[in-house]
Design a protein around this ligand. Structure first.
Ligand code: 5RP
Length: 233
């Protein structure tokens, strides 16, 4: 099965298994999580689930939900009141303790706020995302206030990282996030303790968010090329 097919199957499976009528739902970002939003839209159209309110984690997901007719809210709306029943999102890397790297699509700040505000967090990936240590093959993204770029980069170097400003592809200059900030991608050459690194990065003034998710307890659904979907808890 090709990569897109695996992403679709695991995104659909997560929606089928976990999304129920009446839920306040966080919807993730990326080429895997978007299939979950599409499935939710489909199930709503078929009348199989009703009364869904969704909080999107990026402008990608917001646009998709608008096209699908999924009602959107923010975490601050009274019907959501800062708490979600369930969030389903993708990940860039998942280690053996189910710590995650997220932010390959640049949405890590809102993704973390939404995931940490959810009672249940489901992560949808394919087998290529499973690693023994985070941050060695896929860099750890951090969202940084523009005026703090250089001091933040120096502080990250002191933690053993090689920081690089993420550059845009179809625009000259850096990627600007949905929140108007820069992204630095941090490469590491040696393994680190994700819990400690998540905290260390959070303490740097000017860092608004980092892509290590070590304090959520996700259920991870892994799509295999032979169509098997494995669940890790
Ligand atoms: C976006 C993310 C994505 O969930 C992550 O990059 C995985 O994306 P994909 O499913 O396209 O590989 O964190 O910020």
């Amino acid at each position: 099965m090709d990569a897109t097919r695996i992403k679709k199957e695991v995104g659909f499976a997560a929606a089928d298994e976990y999304v129920k009528s009446g839920m306040r739902l966080g919807l993730g970002t990326g080429t895997t999580a978007i299939w979950c939003a599409r499935r939710v839209g489909e199930l709503m159209k078929q009348g199989k689930i009703t009364n869904i309110l969704a909080v999107p984690t990026s402008s990608q997901t917001e646009l998709e939900c608008q096209q699908l007719g999924i009602p959107l809210r923010s975490l601050n709306d009274p019907e959501i009141n800062g708490e979600l029943d369930l969030t389903i999102d993708g990940a860039d890397e998942v280690d053996r303790d189910l710590c995650l790297t997220k932010g390959g699509g640049g949405a890590l700040l809102i993704e973390k706020i939404v995931a940490y505000a959810s009672k249940q967090f489901i992560v949808v990936i394919d087998t290529t995302k499973l690693v023994s240590h985070l941050g060695i093959t896929f860099p750890i993204p951090i969202e940084v206030l523009r005026l703090a770029r250089v001091p933040v980069a120096r502080a990250c170097e002191a933690l053993g990282a090689k920081p690089e400003v993420r550059m845009a592809v179809k625009k000259m200059g850096p990627v600007i996030t949905d929140n108007g900030n820069l992204l630095l991608d941090l490469s590491f050459s040696t393994p680190f303790d994700p819990k400690r690194m998540e905290q260390e990065l959070s303490l740097i003034p000017g860092v608004l968010g980092n892509g290590i998710f070590s304090r959520v307890r996700p259920t991870v659904m892994v799509g295999h090329p032979d169509r098997r979907i494995e669940t890790l808890r």
